[in-house]
Design a protein around this ligand. Structure first.
Ligand SMILES: Nc1ccn([C@@H]2O[C@H](COP(=O)(O)OP(=O)(O)O)[C@@H](O)[C@H]2O)c(=O)n1
Ligand SMILES: [Ca+2]
Length: 495
């Protein structure tokens, strides 16, 4: 006998529910395939040594193992400052350069889980101090690099090289670091220019509004599917320590000697009134940034006069602005388009301006405050900061005046765009500097094209899957109940 369902229009409902369930299962399977996520987050590590002119720092970075190509995923886990001066100061004792790294590398072994050691890349990049040593004594610079390389190869990490990076690389990787950390690289919105002040060189890097007229200053990247056309320049000898030597050297050369028996008295407006030290000319002229002078073995009296505007005038003399083979220049005949957009100024730009609490004022107020600081007697300055190394303390007036002169007269910032400059040390957990960009580049962690991204964030994915499963269960339950009811009704009808 034929079984008749009592209510025939229920059939489309059943077909509809069956379709919804099938579609639901297909969607869930499809999302599971696209959305891969390991249950346990594993981290990978990388080490970069920044062998600067004044000191060496070790940076340890970490990132989730499965997210190498995601912007902003690499963060600084730990940093260690190597005791003593930079590796270029070991020219007379190259072995000492390698030994100096031991303590910090021991710390790195503790910070990185042992099972990751063998796959953790370690890179050493040396900057302007080693560029200068190479100019002065190539053999000594090679010995120093050999020594640090040997020391790093002895470690359980994956040694990837120790080399002097170019000024262009230093500028470009500093720019990549600040823009990676600010998560600017995957958005079509603006980027952040990078200003790096070291002891021996300084770098300026930004996306210009106008054409780059000199090939040497142009650098092109394709990052996450976006093209970047950058202007960059590194001024060797214009880091703050070398600039001080250039400036003092110029003053010494123009200071007449009273007589043959008495040392020169260098009256220096960039040092506080009451500051009075005897120095050897060797400490000023021991650099390939200046031509050697005859008086290298002589002493001179270094006497502070604390006059900011005169200090500024004296610093202007180390910038040659008398010739420019392009439509516009910064100084020393170097092409520079007009600065545009926001800038992050880091390393010594930050250390100096932060120490003097000059990071948040207008250009005019910064000048006023600095003028007052420079004219403060040395005795008062030394008493206010008893724990700060006297050499560093005595140089802040010069350094800050140099920073202002470099930014205003050199790079042509004005009071209108002064506040586009942010003096920064870190972005999030990570230091601004070239090391992160260098590692991202060498580990191919910034692809040229945008990497495939999961359909939805992990949290959203889990919630979606749970709700969808619940919905399907409810639908299945409804279908079951419906069939049970229909069968019972049919049985009743038969009876
Ligand atoms: N806490 C700190 C650390 C460094 N610095 C200065 O920052 C500069 C860092 O330069 P660097 O060693 O990276 O030298 P480059 O090789 O980059 O020219 C040096 O002039 C240091 O004296 C500072 O003023 N305060
Ligand atoms: Ca540096």
């Amino acid at each position: 006998m034929e079984v008749k369902v009592k209510n025939p229009w229920h059939r489309p409902v059943v077909i509809f529910l069956a379709c919804v369930i099938t579609a639901g299962i297909i969607i869930m399977v499809a999302i599971s395939v696209v959305q891969y996520k390991p249950l346990h987050q594993k981290y990978k590590y990388g080490i970069v040594l920044d062998a600067g002119s004044s000191h060496t720092s070790v940076f340890i970075y970490e990132w989730p193992a499965e997210k190498e190509n995601n912007t902003g995923m690499v963060r600084q886990k730990h940093t260690c400052n190597v005791q003593g001066k930079g590796i270029s100061s070991y020219s007379d004792n190259p072995m000492g350069a390698g030994t100096s790294l031991k303590d910090c590398m021991e710390e790195a072994k503790q910070k990185i889980p042992a099972h990751r050691h063998h796959e953790t890349p370690v890179y050493l990049g040396a900057t302007a101090g080693m560029r200068l040593l190479k100019m002065e004594n190539e053999e000594a610079s090679e010995k120093v690099l050999d020594s640090v390389a040997r020391s790093l190869k002895d470690l359980p990490f994956s040694y990837q090289g120790a080399r002097i990076i170019s000024g262009q690389e230093e500028g470009a990787f500093g720019w990549i670091t600040v823009n990676y950390l600010s998560e600017n690289l995957r958005k079509p919105t603006g980027t952040l220019g990078a200003l790096d002040l070291g002891g021996a060189s300084t770098q300026i890097t930004f996306v210009p509004q106008q054409e780059i007229e000199s090939h040497d200053n142009s650098i092109d990247f394709r990052l996450y599917g976006n093209d970047y056309h950058l202007y960059t320049h590194s001024f060797l000898c214009y880091g703050k320590d070398q600039a001080l030597k250039l400036s003092m050297g110029k003053k010494i050369e123009s200071t007449p000697k009273a007589d043959e028996t008495h040392p020169i008295e260098l009256r220096d407006p960039c040092f506080h009134p009451g500051y009075n030290f005897t120095r050897t000319a060797q400490t000023v002229f021991n650099t390939p940034c200046m031509k050697k002078v005859k008086m290298a073995n002589e002493n001179f009296f270094h006497v502070g006069t604390g006059n900011w505007s005169q200090c500024r005038q004296s610093i202007r003399k180390i910038f040659n602005t008398s010739y420019c083979p392009y439509s516009r220049c910064s100084f020393n005949g170097v092409f520079q388009p007009s600065v545009s957009g926001n800038f992050g100024a880091f390393s010594a730009f930050f250390f100096v301006m932060d120490f003097l609490k000059l990071t948040n004022d207008s250009l005019d107020l910064t000048k006023q405050k600095l003028a007052t600081y420079c004219s403060t007697p040395w005795k008062e300055i030394a008493e206010t900061h008893p724990h700060i190394n006297k050499k560093y303390l005595s140089e802040y007036c010069f350094s800050a005046t140099y920073i202002l002169t470099l930014l205003e007269d050199g790079y042509k910032f004005t009071s209108n765009n002064w506040n586009d400059i942010s003096f920064i040390k870190k972005i999030g957990d990570s230091d601004a500097g070239w090391t992160l960009g260098y590692m991202l580049n060498l580990t191919n962690m910034i692809p040229a094209e945008a990497p495939d991204v999961p359909l939805m964030p992990y949290g959203g994915y889990v919630t979606f899957m749970l709700l969808f499963s619940l919905l399907i269960l409810v639908l299945l339950l409804l279908v079951y109940l419906y069939f049970r009811r229909s069968t019972r009704t049919a049985q009743k009808d038969i009876i």
